[in-house]
Design a protein around this ligand. Structure first.
Ligand SMILES: CC(C)(COP(=O)(O)OP(=O)(O)OC[C@H]1O[C@@H](n2cnc3c(N)ncnc32)[C@H](O)[C@@H]1OP(=O)(O)O)[C@@H](O)C(=O)NCCC(=O)NCCS
Length: 156
């Protein structure tokens, strides 16, 4: 499932998957996750957005995609797989809004927990998650190529 948000954070009612769209998501991921050495190609992105257990929200500014969040439904909880906002658009509340959309989706599914991994040195993202009420519950060593990850959860 793929959904679009307008500049006010309202859902836009159209759903269209094009090569350009996949390319835009790929470029954001590439730019934002450079440090992680992710083996993420265009095909994986296409598979993710088409997976019925996955939810992708895209933030549009005009016609430009400036932010993306991916989450997967995992039986009794939701797992956030990635969140990224283009550097020029950060610190404007877009990351918060994308996360809040996943919180809303989780509540609508009547699930009570959201989980994610975050690199222990990614203080920006840790601040964002903490601000939204996530708490550190575990540490997974060598989870990323760059090092360890905190497991964080939000109980709803
Ligand atoms: C993490 C990220 C998605 C945040 O997006 P954003 O749109 O800038 O986030 P928001 O504007 O909603 O900021 C919300 C909170 O995050 C934290 N935050 C955001 N930018 C920060 C920064 N540069 N330094 C410290 N904390 C920061 C703050 O707590 C902020 O709240 P505040 O504005 O009240 O201080 C963005 O920085 C990003 O894409 N980073 C690269 C990809 C990444 O690391 N993703 C997470 C992988 S687990």
């Amino acid at each position: 499932m793929i959904k679009f948000l307008d500049e006010k954070g309202d859902d836009i009612n159209f759903e269209i998957l094009t090569i350009d769209l996949i390319e835009s998501i790929y470029q954001i991921d590439k730019e934002c996750f450079e440090v992680y050495d992710l083996n993420w190609d265009r095909k994986s992105i296409q598979d993710t957005v088409l997976d019925k257990n996955c939810c992708t929200y895209l933030q549009l500014i005009g016609e430009e995609i400036v932010g993306v969040i991916n989450a997967t439904s995992k039986y009794d909880h939701i797992r956030i797989d990635s969140i990224a906002v283009k550097p020029d658009y950060r610190k404007n509340g877009i990351g918060t809004r994308l996360l809040q959309k996943i919180v809303e989706e989780t509540k609508a599914l009547k699930l009570k927990r959201i989980e994610l991994h975050v690199w222990v040195d990614n203080q920006t993202a840790i601040n964002l998650y903490t601000k939204l009420g996530f708490q550190q519950i575990d540490l997974e060593e060598d989870y990323y190529s760059v090092g360890d990850a905190y497991v964080m959860e939000l109980n709803l």
